[in-house]
Every structure is written in structure tokens, then in C-alpha cells.
Design a protein. Sequence first.
Length: 277
Amino acid sequence: MDERKKKISIEGVKKRFLSHDGKEVIALNGVNLGIYENEFVCVVGPSGCGKTTLLNIIAGLEHASEGKVLINGNPIVGPGNDRGVVFQQYALFPWLTVKKNVEFGLAYKYIKETDPSTGEARYRKLTKAEKAEISEKYLRMVDLQDFSDSYPKELSGGMKQRVAIARGYAMNPEVLLMDEPFGALDAQTRAQLQEDLLKTWDTEKKTCFFITHDVEEAVLLASRVVIMSARPGRVKEIIDVDLPYPRNQATKLMPRFNEYKNAIWENVYQEYLEVKR
Ligand SMILES: Nc1ncnc2c1ncn2[C@@H]1O[C@H](COP(=O)(O)OP(=O)(O)OP(=O)(O)O)[C@@H](O)[C@H]1O
Ligand SMILES: [Mg+2]
């Protein structure tokens, strides 16, 4: 028996879509997966196998056609402050500045504090100064502190993606759901953001669900790599990545790193061939 606490539980999840011409597309067909508290799960699998669909279901943005999805033992019925999402396409508000984009979700965030006179717990919204402090911190992390008053259209694709990442972190959610967040970035920026993410995960004790098509990235970040099969998506295999944390770019030099990378790549490649057929 695994003694770790399950943060998210996905049981028998099936997802059907109706396409524009009325045909049924089965995106997920019986996905079972438990995600433990503070664990870093990476999901890999061929394009169209249902990775984003699964993330959207955990985010509460889509509903499963069949099956159960639980967070902390409760059914997921919609989006919540306990989960922060970095989307595959950055989804920024064009009419808001970079800073306001990062602070957007914070308007819905409440912090718990103790009433000094009664000793009871109470909730309050963040102050303007607190919001500004948070957005500054994370814009600095993604190296965009000098662009906080710019509008998204003034930024490159990679910069917009970094704003979306800062926005996801700023919510300080228990669960970070990230959909190929570093895919569109240059190699140096990606390496830097991978290390920042590993640090954030380590110090802020988050549960991460991270989709990537980059097997090397998956092995660097994940404590477990979930390999999905070609559509309709299922969990094909789960690989425990038994490399010590804290990890950084030097971890890639460990011989076992390459063993994991090759084994996972081989496995995923079989599914790519399946799609081609
Ligand atoms: N809203 C929708 N309506 C109809 N079909 C959809 C919808 N969303 C997703 N699909 C279909 O579900 C399947 C899975 O899509 P999904 O976006 O989850 O794949 P993915 O694994 O994230 O792919 P990629 O790696 O390319 O991002 C695809 O066949 C897609 O066409
Ligand atoms: Mg996707």
C-alpha cells in the first residue's frame, strides 16, 4: 500500500467530444491515475492523445463524460483557487498590461488570518500593495520586470508565455497544472525556467502536473513520468524517476538520466508510430 496522500484521483475517466460534423471523438478512454501530494508528475504522449483534455478536466474547465475526478477527496465541479493553470497557448488579456495580467486572478484570492480580538479565523482579500509585491516577484523570476507596464501585443511569443507562467505562479496554488509551458521558448530561457520551477516546487511544496513533449524535460523535472497511449488516450505506463532532488541542469550528466531518457523515448516513440499508421 502506498502511504502517500493522494491529492488528485482520476478513476475510469472517459471523455467524448462531438466534432463539427457530428462525429464522436473519444479523447480519453478509461484513464486511471493518482497524483500524490507534493509530487511532480510529467505527462508525455503523442499529439492528440488527450493530454490537454485531461488537464482541463483536472482544472475543472471540462467535465469527464464518465468516471470520477477528485481533489483532496472531493469531486471536481469547476475551477478553483487550489489549482493554477498555465495554458498551452498563453491566453493573456490583450487589454491589460503585463502586471495586470499577472495580478488578474489575485482579485479572487482570499487569505486566511486570525482576528486579533476574537482569535477566530477570518478571510480577507489581498491589498493592492500585496498584489503588486506578488506580481513583481514572479515577473522578476521570468525576467520581465522591465515590461510590467507593457501590453501583450508589445511582447514576443516567448515573452507572452513567460507572463502566463508568472500568472500561474502568482496564484500560489496547491496544484500547478502546466500544459507545455516551456515549449515555445529558446533553450537558455527554458533551462532557466526549469530550474526556477524546480525551486518553486521544492520551497513552496506544490503538486505539479506538467505536460511536455520533451522527454528530457520530463526526466529532469518529474518524480513520475506518465506515458499516454495514442488516441483514445489511456495511461500506457508510469515510470518512477529515481534521481535525487534538488535537480538542476547538471542532473542531465548523470548516466542514469540518459537511461531513463532513452527508455521513455523508446516507449513514447512506439505511440508516435501508432499515430502515423
Ligand atoms: N472541444 C473539442 N471538440 C472536439 N474535439 C476536441 C475538442 N478538444 C479536443 N478534441 C479532440 O480530442 C483529442 C485530444 O485533444 P487534446 O487537445 O487533449 O490532445 P493533446 O494530447 O493535448 O495534443 P497536443 O500534444 O497536440 O497538444 C483530439 O483528437 C482533439 O481533436
Ligand atoms: Mg495539448
